[in-house]
Design a protein around this ligand. Structure first.
Ligand SMILES: Cc1ncc(C[n+]2csc(CCOP(=O)(O)OP(=O)(O)O)c2C)c(N)n1
Ligand SMILES: [Mg+2]
Length: 328
């Protein structure tokens, strides 16, 4: 049970659905060849993004990974501009130049997704260090997968963040796989939170498929970080119900495993909680319907939007176009 107000719970329900439906459209259009590159869906992991971002101000920093759509939407970026970016349109967050793995919305604190696994960790520490130096009250949050913890920079960043007591929240989405390799096959360390102890960095492992659990843990972690008590790590145990990327044949896991994990779907969990409280099904269906038409409208508008003019390909790359002829 939770003592959260009903409007908060409905708000979570709405956000979970927004991400789920948005990524459903990404999947559908990717299958039709309308999405450049390989989009990575967060289907099944939405509760982590929603529960954590509920505690962030617009100017707090979020650093995301290759599985970024949920983080960006939960941080409050416009679904239209986000979708337009994913399908390479001029109205996109990065004017259609970045795509799914390079979503940036700096005005909204989204400092960037990245295709470089673990590449975001040290950047987040830099932003947290800047916030500390400026004393502007901001914090930084970095989302990363369990696979990223095998990279040296993860350990370097834990060390410096703890040493310098940076206002930084590490959020590991432990979905049990790095691409097609299960955690058991690539590490002897079952719990990512265990890595934080030698660096004297407070960490906990929580149920990442329960938005109420994530919300409560993130509330406490963010409160502590804002009070100046230094960095924290949340390991959110979750599961990606979609493939590693759209088109993944998923030969590395069984149908039984997938079916068992679908029983823990974060949307079903929150719906069950609300129903148990006696909230009417009609209310929940109304939210689903409203979000579905809002997302559908954003997607259709993005599909109609113009692509960037090829003549502008070098815009926003250099402040001054480089001369192609050598100076005499
Ligand atoms: C530096 C680097 N090494 C390898 C890859 C290839 N790669 C892409 S995703 C991925 C697995 C990441 O696993 P995890 O961090 O658990 O995130 P998940 O995909 O499970 O969300 C790998 C190895 C990469 N993109 N960057
Ligand atoms: Mg993983």
């Amino acid at each position: 049970m939770t003592d959260l107000a009903l409007d908060k719970l409905y708000g979570f329900y709405e956000q979970l659905w927004r991400i789920r439906l948005f990524e459903g459209h990404v999947q559908r259009l990717a299958a039709k060849g309308e999405v450049p590159g390989f989009p990575h869906l967060s289907t099944g992991q939405e509760a982590v993004a929603v529960g954590v971002c509920a505690h962030l101000a617009a100017n707090d920093y979020v650093f995301s990974s290759h599985r970024a759509h949920g983080h960006v939407l939960a941080k409050g970026s416009d679904p239209y501009a986000t979708f337009a970016e994913i399908i390479g349109r001029q109205d996109g967050l990065c004017r259609g130049r970045g795509g799914s793995m390079h979503l940036v919305d700096a005005a909204n604190g989204v400092m960037g997704a990245t295709g470089v696994v673990a590449g975001n960790l040290s950047l987040a520490a830099g932003a947290a260090w800047a916030a500390q130096a400026l004393g502007d009250g901001r914090i930084a949050v970095v989302f990363f997968g369990d696979g990223a913890t095998g990279a040296g920079v993860f350990h370097e960043t834990l060390n410096l963040a703890s040493l310098w007591q940076l206002p930084l929240l590490f959020v590991c989405e432990n979905n049990g796989y790095a691409e097609f390799t299960s955690r058991e096959e690539h590490s002897k360390v079952a719990k990512v939170s265990a890595f934080a102890a030698p660096y004297h960095l407070p960490a906990e492992t929580i149920d990442g498929n329960d938005v109420l659990v994530v919300n409560a843990a993130a509330a406490a972690a963010v409160r502590s970080i804002r009070s100046g008590a230094g960095p924290r790590l949340l390991e959110c145990m979750t599961y990606r119900m979609a493939g590693h990327y759209v088109g993944d044949a998923q030969r590395y896991r069984s149908k039984e495993e997938l079916a068992a994990m679908k029983e823990k779907d974060p949307i079903d969990r929150l719906r069950a909680h609300l129903t148990q409280r006696g909230e009417p099904a009609a209310e929940l269906e109304a939210i689903e319907k409203r979000v579905a038409s809002e997302v559908q409208a954003a997607v259709e508008r993005a599909r109609q939007a113009a692509r960037p003019d090829p003549a502008t390909v070098l815009d926003y790359v250099y402040s001054q176009p480089l001369s192609t002829t050598a100076e005499a």
